[in-house]
Design a protein around this ligand. Structure first.
Ligand code: NAI
Ligand code: 15L
Length: 279
C-alpha cells in the first residue's frame, strides 16, 4: 500500500496546509517538531544536522543548509508558513554567523517572497538588546543594542522581517526569546526564562493572529522579575502562564554572582564578553 497522501486526508482540518520548521534538530526544534504537528496537514522539518526518519505520514524531512540559496528556495516551495529557528544559536566567529544566520535569514525571506508564503515566525533573541543593564525596563521600541555577532545577526533578521513586510506584505512575528530551556540554569535566567509551554502558546499566536504586520514580542514567562514590556504586542493576546519562581531555591543554591559579573549587569549576560575569536 502506498503511503496515504497527507493533503487529501479526511482527518479534522488543521489550520495550515504545510508548515516549515527550520532548526528542527535543535533544542527548541525538537520540542516544536512534536508540538506544532497538529497545526498543519503536513509539517516539513529541516536542519543541517540529522533529523532521523519522518515522525509519521504527516511529516516531511528535508535536510538543508540555510547558507545555500537554491536549497532554501526548494525547501520553502509549497509551504504556507514558516517557523524559522535554524541557525547558529550562540556567539561564534562572524563568518559562521554570516553563513547560517545572515545569509540564512535572507534566503528564507527571499524564498518566502518567491513562493507566496504570507507568515513567518522568526526566532530572534534577547541578545539584540543584550547591552542594556538589568536595571532597565524595555519595550519593543527601544533602540537595539546587540551584544555580539550573534545578536547583530538577529537584529539583521528583524530588519529583514520589517523590510519584507513593508515591501511585500509578508507578515512576521519576531520573538526575542529570553532563555528557553526545561528550567532556568542560573540567576540571570530567573528573569529571562521562557517555558516550553509558554513558547508553544506564543508560536501559535504568532502563526494565527491576523494583521500582525511585523510585530516584535519578548519571549519570557511570567517570572517574578521580567525586564521586558510587551504592550506593543498586545494584539497577539499572549499571556504567559508559567514562572521561574518554582526553580528559585535550586538556582539560588548556586554561588552568588560578583557585582561586576556580566551575568549580574547586562541583560545579555556573558554574551557581552564573548569573542572576538580572532585575537
Ligand atoms: P539550537 O542550536 O539547539 O538549534 C539551532 C539549530 O539550527 C540546530 O539544530 C542547528 O543544526 C541548526 N543550524 C545551524 N546552522 C544551520 C545551517 N547553516 N543550516 C541549517 N540549519 C542550521 O538552538 P535552540 O536553542 O533550539 O534555538 C532555536 C532558535 O531560537 C535559534 O535561532 C536561536 O538563536 C533562537 N533562540 C533560542 C533561545 C533559547 O533560549 N533556546 C534564546 C534566544 C533565541
Ligand atoms: C540565546 O539567544 C541562545 O540561543 C540561548 O542558547 C541562550 O543563551 C539564551 O539566548 C540566553 O540568553 O539565555
Amino acid at each position: 500500500m502506498p503511503d496515504p497522501d497527507p493533503l487529501s486526508s479526511d482527518a479534522p482540518s488543521p489550520r495550515l496546509r504545510r508548515l516549515l520548521l527550520t532548526g528542527a534538530a535543535g533544542g527548541l526544534g525538537q520540542v516544536l517538531r512534536e508540538r506544532l504537528a497538529p497545526l498543519a496537514q503536513v509539517l516539513r522539518v529541516s536542519d543541517i544536522a540529522a533529523l532521523g526518519a519522518p515522525h509519521g505520514p504527516h511529516e516531511e524531512v528535508r535536510p538543508c543548509d540555510l547558507a545555500d540559496k537554491q536549497a532554501v528556495d526548494a525547501l520553502v516551495a509549497g509551504c504556507d508558513a514558516i517557523v524559522h529557528l535554524g541557525g547558529v544559536s550562540v556567539e561564534r566567529p562572524f563568518e559562521e554567523i554570516l553563513e547560517a544566520n545572515i545569509k540564512g535569514v535572507y534566503h528564507v525571506y527571499e524564498a518566502a517572497r518567491r513562493h507566496g508564503v504570507r507568515r513567518v515566525v522568526f526566532a530572534s533573541s534577547n541578545h539584540v538588546i543584550g547591552f542594556y543593564r538589568q536595571t532597565e525596563r524595555l519595550d519593543a521600541g527601544v533602540p537595539r543594542r546587540p551584544d555580539g555577532y550573534y545578536g547583530l545577526s538577529k537584529s539583521f533578521g528583524e530588519d529583514v522581517a520589517q523590510f519584507y513586510f513593508d515591501r511585500y506584505g509578508i507578515e512576521t512575528v519576531s520573538i526575542r526569546i529570553g532563555s528557553s530551556f526545561p528550567e532556568p540554569l542560573n540567576r540571570r535566567m530567573m528573569n529571562t526564562w521562557l517555558s516550553y509551554d509558554d513558547l508553544l502558546r506564543l508560536v501559535e499566536k504568532a502563526l494565527f493572529t491576523p494583521g500582525v504586520g511585523h510585530t516584535v514580542v519578548y519571549g519570557a514567562s511570567a517570572n517574578r522579575t521580567v525586564w521586558w514590556d510587551n504592550h506593543a504586542a498586545a494584539r497577539l493576546g499572549w499571556v504567559p502562564r508559567d514562572s521561574s519562581e518554582v526553580f528559585r531555591a535550586k538556582v539560588e543554591a548556586q554561588p552568588p554572582l560578583a557585582p561586576d559579573d556580566p551575568n549580574a549587569l547586562y541583560q545579555g549576560g556573558a554574551f557581552t564578553t564573548q569573542g572576538p575569536f580572532e585575537d
